[in-house]
Design a protein around this ligand. Structure first.
Ligand code: PEP
Ligand code: MG
Length: 927
């Protein structure tokens, strides 16, 4: 490593765009300084210094770093007129981490660095505020002790509480300068006791230790867990920078304040001043939720001049960054400083609204509006809300910190929430306030409830980022973690009790309150309309009922890409007909059962075609092995055993009845014995069950998913497919006669040869002719094939001679490509494979682009060699996964099809795919 390397940049010289080197915060501080915001002076030590330091087994800072720090410190001294370690006008600094990706609260921060006996005197002389000076000092000793020297908080807390008790005060604000002085002295003793050495006095030594501590925190458990959870890889953020910045004080009296703000409402996205502040306080008081802060609107009355300055700051931030900013500020003796700003993390509601409004305000264009929202986030908008027609009385009310409603069992610590949540229970994490170390509890919970803290407290910020409902600062609730209970007025929430929280209103309810499906907002509609303008892929829905189809249209589906007809057979009134069809011993009996099913299926298809009028409806012929409609062999054996017992019991009861009759023949009265059942009925039931058992045994297969299913079934029992094809075409003919514009498509599953397709096509052709003759109308439809068998993909060129469209069934195709059973892999070995890094993702969730995707890409090319511009789509689960959708776009598919509620996600993902594709695919086709 060259000694001449530059590791430290002043805010006025660093490259504001180089986040990898300076971290997001550092780069921003440079940019903010350079655009003329009133930023307290400082400098940034690079991520490169961090990585070099972490690589060094002796944990020494790279050569030259401290010299450059000293040089920068001289600049800051010159800028501020203060002296680091000076007794007259001492310079104190904050030391903060900051990597290329924002990781709120995941790494450590030290404030008031530079305080010691000498500088403390200077602060007292300068401010005339002894209380403030000792307050700053005790905060610094504790933070430095904890973060840099590893002294546990409890050791300090015990002393703090002790002094508070001695002084007879309840609130920290009630402590006098003397009390705080005593606390600071006790804290210095705590450090000496716990570490075996006295607290470092030399400010430069403090700074060096602090820089190392921040670097070390990059590899701390919290930060590592966070990166793993949010899949932050080294090419996204590698190491943390350290920002050293002049301290400004919000706790210098009532003309001082500290606050955090969003340039728009972070919950709703509304274009208003938004945030909270505390007078006479330090920044950490707001974020940690130690005191409940005031809404920023109150600042307009309390400090009108500074409020005006804040509005100007906010406007400057937005017009410069063209993105909603999350900023921190301090007012020191009436002077407003902007401490930091970053892109605001928002929930989906706010993201969508701000996207649409910022386009209308001319701040950004449509492309930017679409790209600033990760498609997955839209799922949040489909979260249930409390049903407004239900009038439940809340037991408590807090701040609406992150919208959406959630129901779960109350749990009072993060570890327990994790255990129960992973076990499949719905839990709500209930805390007085949350800390970064609670993060694993957030992941496992449906929602978060805290009794302290504001809308920008840790709980609120983290929950919003995750899109989880959160009610914060519900002060009417007293949480007792030891007792694992919370008390609200006269009521008690015990651990395990069901509670409902409404993060949109801030209400908390005991028990379960009815929820209502979310609805599309006008802004979301607009945004998705823009998405459709850019997307090349059409987004279809997988839907099996007319109701699902209608919902899919509301979500913006351009058609039905997969209707799994077997799901229509499972309704209670239909199953007996299906069973009758399966049990039939000859074609005639089977046909009789199918004749009863025909009008039912026709009705279903008519409903779907009507719901989707003007759009394609792809009906897949029966796919699963038919024994799936029958009870299992084991169940039938048990039932038979019971029936045989019953037969003996019935016979015994009949004997008893006859005997009683005989014994009391001459008596005036005699006891009566009920005959349990008609023995013929029992015999009939036994016979039916035996027939069914024989059939189940006959149909039993070692490997049913690779056995007698799909087109194989259709070829061996052509009357089944024939009925389904007739139902589709008759439904279409009836709709056409009613003047509707319908586009049915018939799709064959599990095909592996062209001959199979031809066999089904022959049925289709003859049914078509019969239906057209009968109805006197022409029936237009497409005939196509699933591609979900490896061989079919390899023979796509030949398959395309018969099929007019292909739909990749990537659930089965993944199974076939990996030879992983899709029923077993996910709960057997896949988690281990992921953990061990053998596979990066679950291939049933995220399309395996390298293997399965390669086969798809080849099949697309081969298919279109035969049939230019052939319509091709995907209907496996991957059709709703954003990254997989990106791949589908790149290989030139025509459409993706996914479950209804994923449609908005897929529409946005399709737009992202098009907008981020700089080699616009020549093969992309429209329907
Ligand atoms: C598929 O295999 O991807 C598919 C859509 O069919 P199913 O999941 O019904 O087997
Ligand atoms: Mg399949």
């Amino acid at each position: 490593m060259s000694e001449g390397k530059k590791y430290v940049y002043g805010f006025e010289e660093g490259d504001g765009q180089n986040k990898m080197l300076l971290g997001g915060k550092g780069a921003n501080l440079c940019e903010m300084t350079q655009i003329g915001l009133n930023v307290p002076p400082g400098f940034t030590i690079t991520t490169e210094a961090c990585l070099t330091y972490l690589d060094n087994p002796d944990r020494e800072l790279p050569a030259g770093v401290m010299d450059q720090v000293r040089e920068q410190m001289r600049n800051v001294e010159a800028n501020t007129g203060k002296t680091f370690g000076g007794s007259e006008n001492p310079l104190l600094v904050s030391v903060r981490s900051g990597s290329a990706m924002s990781m709120p609260g995941m790494m450590d921060t030290i404030l008031n660095l530079g305080l010691n006996a000498t500088t403390l005197k200077g602060v007292i002389a300068q401010t005339g505020n002894e209380r403030f000076a000792y307050d700053s000092y005790r905060r610094f000793v504790q933070l430095f002790g904890k973060v840099a020297l590893g002294v546990p908080d409890e050791a300090f807390d015990a002393e703090f509480e002790d002094v508070k008790k001695k002084a007879g005060v309840k609130q920290d604000l009630g402590l006098s300068a003397r009390d705080l002085h005593e606390i600071a002295d006790r804290f210095l003793d705590v450090v000496e006791r716990e570490t075996g050495r006295s607290f470092p006095d030399d400010p430069m030594e403090q700074l060096e230790i602090a820089v190392k501590a921040v670097f070390n925190s990059w590899m701390g458990k919290r930060a590592v867990d966070y990166r793993r959870e949010f899949k932050i890889t080294p090419d996204m953020a590698n190491g943390t920078a350290v920002n050293v910045q002049t301290m400004v004080f919000g706790n210098m009296g009532n003309d001082s304040a500290t606050g955090v703000g969003f340039t728009r409402d972070a919950g709703t996205g509304e274009n208003v001043m938004y945030g909270e502040y505390l007078t006479n306080a330090q920044g950490e008081d707001v974020v940690a939720g130690i005191r409940t802060p005031k809404p920023v609107a109150m600042l307009a009355d309390e400090m009108p001049e500074q409020y005006k300055g804040l509005v100007a700051l906010r406007n400057k931030l937005e017009s410069h960054y063209r993105e909603v900013q999350d900023y921190e500020y301090t007012i020191e003796k009436g002077r407003l400083f902007c401490l930091q700003t970053r892109n605001g993390k928002m929930n989906a509601t706010a993201l969508v609204r701000t996207s649409v409004e910022m386009v209308r305000e001319g701040l950004i264009n449509k492309e930017q509006a679409l790209l600033r929202i990760q498609p997955e986030m839209l799922e949040q908008l489909l979260f249930p809300q409390l049903d407004p027609s239900v009038t439940a009385t809340p037991m408590a009310r807090g701040l609406p910190a992150s919208p959406g409603a959630a129901i779960g069992h109350a749990v009072f610590d993060a570890d327990r929430a994790e255990v129960l949540g992973r076990g499949g229970q719905r839990v709500i994490l209930v805390r007085e306030e949350t800390k970064p170390e609670d993060i694993h509890g957030f992941f496992a919970s449906q929602g978060i409830l805290t009794s302290r803290g504001g809308k920008t407290s840790h709980a609120a910020v983290v929950a919003r980022g995750m899109g989880k409902p959160c009610v914060a600062g519900a002060e009417g609730i007293h949480v007792d973690v030891q007792m694992r209970k919370a008390f609200v007025g006269g009521a008690t929430i015990s651990e395990g009790d069901l509670i409902t929280i409404d993060g949109t209103s801030g209400d908390v309810y005991l028990g379960e309150v009815a929820m209502k499906e979310a609805e599309f907002s006008a802004e979301l509609d607009t945004l998705l309309g823009w998405a459709d303008e850019f997307a090349q892929l059409e987004v279809m829905a997988n839907a099996d009922t007319p109701d699902d189809a209608a919902r899919a249209v509301e979500f913006g589906a351009k058609g039905i890409g997969l209707c799994r007809t077997e799901r229509m057979f499972n309704a209670v009134e239909r199953l007996p007909l299906v069973v009758e069809m399966i049990l039939a011993e000859n074609t005639g009996d089977r046909q009789a059962a199918l004749d009863k099913l025909l009008p039912i299926q026709r009705g279903d298809f008519k409903g779907m075609l009507k719901a989707m009028a003007g759009k394609p409806v792809t009906v897949r012929l029966l796919d699963p092995p038919i024994h799936e409609f029958l009870p299992s062999e084991h169940q039938l054996e048990e039932e038979l055993e019971q029936l045989v017992h019953l037969r003996e019991t019935v016979a015994g009861m009949n004997v008893l009845s006859d005997a009683v009759e005989f014994m009391y023949r001459t008596a005036d009265t005699h006891p009566s014995v009920d005959r349990l059942a008609d023995p013929r009925l029992v015999d009939e039931a036994i016979e039916k069950k035996e027939t069914m058992l024989r059939k189940v045994r006959a149909l039993s297969e070692v490997n049913p998913m690779l056995g007698h299913r799909g087109v194989r079934l259709g070829i061996t029992f052509p009357e089944i497919y024939s009925m389904q094809i007739r139902a589709v075409l008759e439904a279409a003919a009836e709709c056409t006669r009613e003047g509707l514009d319908v586009y049915p498509e018939i799709m064959v599953p599990q095909v592996c040869t062209k001959q199979e397709l031809l066999a089904v096509k022959r049925i289709v052709d003859s049914v078509k002719q019969a239906v057209e003759t009968h109805y006197g109308v022409e029936v237009n439809f497409k005939f196509g094939s699933m591609l979900e068998v490896a061989r079919a993909c390899m023979r796509a060129e030949s398959m395309a001679e018969v099929a007019e469209f292909f739909s990749f069934g990537t659930n089965d195709l993944t199974q076939a490509t990996f030879s992983f059973s899709r029923e077993d892999a996910e709960n057997k070995f896949l988690p281990l494979y992921n953990e061990a890094g053998i596979l990066q993702d679950n291939p049933f969730e995220v399309l395996d682009v390298k293997g399965v995707g390669k086969i798809m890409e080849l099949a697309v090319g081969w298919g279109r060699t035969t049939r230019a511009g052939m319509k091709m789509g995907i209907c496996g689960e991957h059709g709703g996964h954003p990254a997989s959708i990106g791949f589908c776009h790149r290989i030139g598919l025509t459409y993706v099809s996914c479950s209804g509620p994923r449609v908005p996600v897929a529409r946005l993902a399709a737009a992202h795919a098009a907008l981020t594709d700089d080699t616009a695919h020549a093969g992309a086709q429209s329907v």
